[in-house]
Design a protein around this ligand. Structure first.
Ligand SMILES: C[S@@+](CC[C@H](N)C(=O)[O-])C[C@H]1O[C@@H](n2cnc3c(N)ncnc32)[C@H](O)[C@@H]1O
Length: 557
């Protein structure tokens, strides 16, 4: 480029290069006529420290703040061959662990294109509504939700233009699906899908907590009768306040628009005991009208009932008296076997076959929609200082904001409950540096015994899924699998995604240990110091004998 600089055709007349021997970069900008203007930029010389080793190939670890559950179970499908350009890597052995190549079974872009084009022609040329196209059942559903279905997929990728397309240039289908303005339930469901309501999760479009939330929220039961609301203390909110209404008004309210009643029902299914004055603001209706409608939805005799869901409870009441439920909560055991369950959502008590939690001998979770009377829900602790006497601590469970009564589990004060450090991410600082065995984690500050280091996160998988990892683990000599259940059936793999806890090396005289904890209904692996650690010291875990037995077994076979 320096030579070109002196080409009179390209050279800018004002360009001066003071010292052509000094490394410099010349930038030439061309205009539409091909005239170039060049100017030099001096380069800073950079010397590379030879001790700084390049990062090993095929090893990347994007940071995550919570474990993830991938959409596609990668153990069945080979999407990628690591170390493929290294002769020693046993490619065939690796591929033999999978049933398919990803290209064999992944979506077929041709078929998808044809489906989209077919739908478009049916819609814009033959004027068949999207609802009716769906009802034909010949194509993939167009709109399953605001972010699922053929229409959504169409906007996730760029299709090449294809010859057939030119013959039909009529308009396109609507691009997005939004619930109608009056459909409060639809709008809330779509937001829930976008913003995960799980207490441990702040991720948009969360794929970890995949249980279907659409339509399943609500189901809370009223505790306050309309009569006691009317008798409760409080100032009327205005002339039309329910507090100024007598019974004669009860038959005189009729809402013509069904969506108004639906909106009220949706709000009540989430918060059944809101005062009519508050409901009036949310529904844009006069307070006394809302009161009358609420008393139709929740008649007082239902509120007194043990189970306003009614029938099922009546049917089972006789049975209930006779047989006391024998509760055996698997999760109460410190290192319980753990399989994630869909939250239950049913009428009637959680003591029969319709309740999945009951069938699986599990506690109901926060996300369950079985109602406030559920006897299987954990009630929280009542202690102030949560140490060894605390039932949450004793059962390897972090205290729960909203349920634990006296400790500051929410972290609202300067002295929040210690037994919530994992969910508050109140971790001591660590530094990742070269260590004896690859990289290692080092204390970046002085630590006391019992300090919290971090939450071991990775890809959530079952033991069967690890089969395909064996070849890679043996080849790289690095293993990032951590069992979350004692039978080793469920694991987190921090090889491909993780956080600094993945760098703790092994020592029999370890200064840290790992504890399986139930945190807001999910099992986590927390790392804690078991002795004082000075700043700069390396943090070690004892991987256990079983770990090294496995390593030796793998090496031998
Ligand atoms: C969870 S990783 C620890 C972080 C790892 N050193 C790195 O650079 O990413 C576990 C792997 O570290 C290595 N390792 C850790 N402690 C070791 C030890 N005491 N002896 C030999 N290798 C060890 C082994 O390769 C093991 O599979």
């Amino acid at each position: 480029m320096i030579d070109q600089l002196f080409d009179p055709a390209l050279q800018d007349s004002e360009l001066q290069v003071d010292n052509p021997t000094k490394p410099s970069l010349v930038i030439t900008q061309y205009d539409a006529e091909g005239r170039g203007i060049s100017y030099p930029i001096e380069l800073e010389e950079i010397s590379v420290d030879p001790t700084f080793e390049p990062h090993p190939p095929y090893e990347s670890c994007p940071p995550i703040n919570q474990s993830i559950l991938p959409y596609h179970q990668s153990h069945e499908t080979a999407t990628f061959i690591p170390y493929a350009d290294e002769d020693e890597f046993p490619v065939i052995d690796y591929l033999a662990r999978f049933q398919y190549f990803a290209w064999e079974e992944d979506f077929d872009p041709d078929s998808e294109m044809i489906q989209i084009e077919t739908a478009r022609r049916l819609y814009s040329i033959h004027h068949i509504s999207m609802k009716n196209i769906d009802r034909m059942g010949i194509l993939k559903p167009l709109r399953e939700s605001h972010n699922q279905g053929l229409l959504w997929e169409k906007f996730q990728r760029d299709f090449l233009r294809w010859p057939g397309r030119a013959f039909a240039t009529e308009g396109d289908m609507p691009t997005s699906f939004e619930p109608a303005a009056g459909d409060l339930r639809g709008m809330l469901s779509s937001v829930l899908k976008t913003f995960c309501p799980n207490l441990n999760c702040l991720r948009t479009m969360c794929t970890t907590h995949t249980y279907s939330l659409s339509g399943s929220f609500g189901g809370a039961r009223p505790k306050v009768t309309s009569q006691s609301m009317r008798l409760s203390e409080g100032e009327p909110c205005g002339e039309e306040c329910f507090r100024l209404t007598d019974d004669s008004y009860l038959d005189k309210v009729y809402w013509e628009n069904e969506s108004d009643t639906e909106t009220l029902k949706t709000i009540l299914s989430i918060s059944p005991d809101l005062l009519p004055c508050q409901l009036a603001d949310l529904c844009f209706k006069p307070c006394r009208e809302v009161f009358v409608q609420r008393s139709h939805i929740f008649p007082d005799h239902m509120v007194f009932d043990d189970d306003p869901a009614g029938d099922e409870m009546q049917k089972h009441r006789a049975g209930l008296k006779a047989r006391k439920p024998r509760l055996h909560f698997e999760e109460d055991r410190a290192h319980a076997s753990f399989v994630p369950l869909e939250p239950c959502n049913h009428k009637g008590p959680c003591i029969d076959a319709w309740c999945n939690c009951y069938l699986q001998k599990r506690r109901c979770q926060l996300a369950c929609r079985c109602g406030i009377k559920c006897i299987r829900q954990y009630r929280g602790c009542t202690c102030k200082r949560c140490d060894f006497d605390c039932p949450c601590v004793a059962h390897s469970r972090e205290c729960m904001p909203g349920l634990c009564k006296n400790c500051d589990a929410r972290g609202a004060t300067k002295k929040p409950c210690r037994n919530t450090r994992l969910q508050r991410n109140d971790a001591k600082m660590v530094e990742i540096k070269r260590a004896t065995y690859g990289l290692g984690a080092f204390a970046a500050q002085d630590m006391k015994r019992g300090d919290y280091i971090g939450d071991y996160v990775g890809i959530f998988m079952t033991h069967d899924d690890t089969n395909s990892l064996d070849v890679v683990t043996k080849y790289s000599g690095r293993n990032y699998l951590f069992e979350v259940s004692p039978d080793m059936h469920e694991l987190f793999d921090a090889a491909r995604v993780g956080n600094p806890t993945r760098f703790l090396n092994h020592d029999t005289d370890a200064n840290c240990d790992a504890r399986v904890l139930l945190v807001n209904g999910e099992h986590h692996i927390g790392f804690y110091t078991i002795k004082a650690v000075a700043r700069g010291e390396e943090l070690f875990l004892n991987y256990g004998e079983q770990y090294w037995e496995e390593v030796n077994k793998r090496a031998a076979c």
